[in-house]
Ligand binder design. Structure first.
Ligand code: GLU
Length: 489
């Protein structure tokens, strides 16, 4: 009898994100982790991070560390994990081998699985032959009916074997939270290996045992795992365990509607952070890949997303990873962030651009940063805007040079120099506003004819922060030096 738990065991939602430690965290994995995190938080449940490291060749402890650190960087730590421990460990599959082996032997005892003595070479040949004959690559049954005693004798004699699950030949219907009822027709899979000759379980076997022992109520994972789910249903059933609730979340595609990959510029979480995306913006953006709030409002704080995050609002259709949208969101987050917080976060990028954030005091740095933050989309853009405040970086851009060389330009620069020299103390925004009025009547220049030469002299560029902001930040001495340079061009 197939059965679904139909709700959280003991009333408690327990979900998991189970990365394989074969590289740093990719944005697709981060999205799956996030959905599990959001659902756990929404339900006051528990999120588990389980490390699926049974692929001995590709799994590496340093990758596990990287993934765990990436999750921390996003501010989305799990409640139970290899780092935090918990009451349902071990949280690394390689530490649960005994349980997998015991249960594989139980299935063997119960005649739901059998020893398969075929070598890898033989299996490859059989698969090739099936393919050539246009048949599905199912196991051909060579070892299916080896009598129990013979099987035992061969094993005792030291012959190598794997343990293979008998795939029941009937239809299976998966009740998926996102996709509704999905029927897998009889014959879609053949008998499949549970335990390899070296005693290491395959993913589809280990996952079932972990999900059971970790008391997982909901399995929220990517749609590409659907074919695995069929095998996992067979294992759950074989072991006499109830199914968890499955929710297969939509695929993430690139702008060309092909599966998201590096080709689309989509990178790992670490790479995005290094490029200057804020974790908050990345998380907000990822939340919208396959989930949509009722009001369609896109930018909102994480606690609001938690409140609204229900599985009923997961979407079936593929989500598009639109980097331009992520960049736009990042810009909005930069604009809205508390200036002290932004100052702390952006300093490594300022240094990376070769600028010293401590040339003056913190108050000066925050003013300078605040004046340009509206122009940057990524933290790494900062150098190209903040450098106007650094005298050793100062140079006139070509278009600024042209303006300065014009008739209006020359007149405005000379008149402005005289005003600056006469300025009592440091120039303020008010002083500049008054001075602009004065310059208008003194030089006859107005509008852009006045504004551009001033900006060109002081900042060396035609774009950038308001001059009323920039001039007080630069100070009289530096401004005068620049105006002098402009006059001498
Ligand atoms: N280790 C699997 C992966 O990285 C997780 C599959 C699952 O969530 O069941 O894709």
């Amino acid at each position: 009898m197939l059965s679904f738990k139909g709700g959280p065991i003991d009333g408690k939602v327990r979900v998991r994100f189970a990365p394989s430690p074969t590289g740093s965290l990719h944005v697709g994995g981060a999205r799956t982790h996030l959905f599990n995190w959001l659902y756990a938080r929404h339900c006051n449940g528990v999120l588990i991070n389980r490390i699926e490291d049974t692929d001995q060749e590709r799994s590496k402890p340093e990758f596990e560390r990287m993934v765990m650190d990436d999750i921390k960087t996003l501010g989305l730590e799990a409640d139970e994990s290899t780092d935090k421990g918990g009451g349902y460990g071990p949280y690394r599959q390689s530490e649960r081998l005994e349980a997998y082996q015991t249960l594989a032997y139980k299935l063997l005892e119960d005649r739901k699985a059998y020893r398969c003595f075929c070598t890898q070479e033989e299996m490859d040949q059989k698969a090739q032959a099936a393919k050539a004959a246009g048949k599905p690559p199912h196991y051909d049954g060579t070892c299916t009916n080896i009598p129990k005693e013979e099987s035992q004798r061969r094993a005792d004699a030291g012959e190598e074997f794997s343990i293979r699950m008998i795939a029941p030949q009937k239809d299976y219907t998966l009740k998926d939270f996102v996709r509704g009822n999905v029927t897998f027709k009889q014959g879609m899979v053949g008998d499949f290996i549970l335990l390899r000759t070296n005693g290491i379980p395959v993913y589809n076997f280990a996952v079932v045992i972990d999900d059971y022992f970790m008391n997982v109520s909901h399995v929220i994972r990517a749609e590409e795992h659907m074919p695995n789910t069929l095998r996992q249903m067979m294992v759950f059933e074989g072991l006499g365990w109830e199914f968890p609730i499955w929710a297969h979340i939509s695929l993430v595609l690139g702008n060309d509607r092909k599966k998201l990959s590096k080709r689309h510029g989509a990178a790992s979480v670490k790479e995005y952070i290094e490029q200057g995306y804020l974790p908050e913006a990345l998380v907000n953006f990822l939340a919208l890949l396959g989930w949509s709030p009722v009001d369609n409002k896109e930018i909102r704080p994480l606690n609001e997303i938690v409140d609204l995050f229900v599985l009923e609002k997961l979407t079936k259709s593929p989500a598009i990873f639109d980097t331009d949208k992520l960049t736009w969101m990042n810009k909005e987050y930069i604009k809205a962030m508390n200036i002290k917080e932004l100052s702390t976060r952006i300093k490594p990028f300022v240094k990376r651009a070769g600028l010293d954030p401590n040339i003056k005091d913190e108050e000066w740095f925050e003013l300078a940063l605040d004046s340009v933050r509206g122009h940057i989309a990524k933290l790494s853009d900062i150098g190209d805007y903040l450098d106007i405040y650094y005298s050793d970086r100062f140079a006139f851009a070509d278009d600024a040079k042209e303006i300065i060389a014009s008739e209006d330009g020359k007149r405005v620069a000379s008149a402005f120099k005289a005003e600056l020299e006469a300025c009592d103390g440091e120039p303020t925004a008010e002083w500049l506003k008054e001075t602009q009025k004065k310059l208008k009547s003194l030089t006859g220049a107005k509008g852009k004819g006045l504004f551009f030469p001033l900006r060109a002299c002081v900042t060396g560029r035609l774009q950038g922060p308001e001059l009323t902001l920039a001039l007080p930040i630069l100070g009289k001495e530096e401004a005068l030096r620049r105006v002098d340079l402009a006059i001498r061009q």
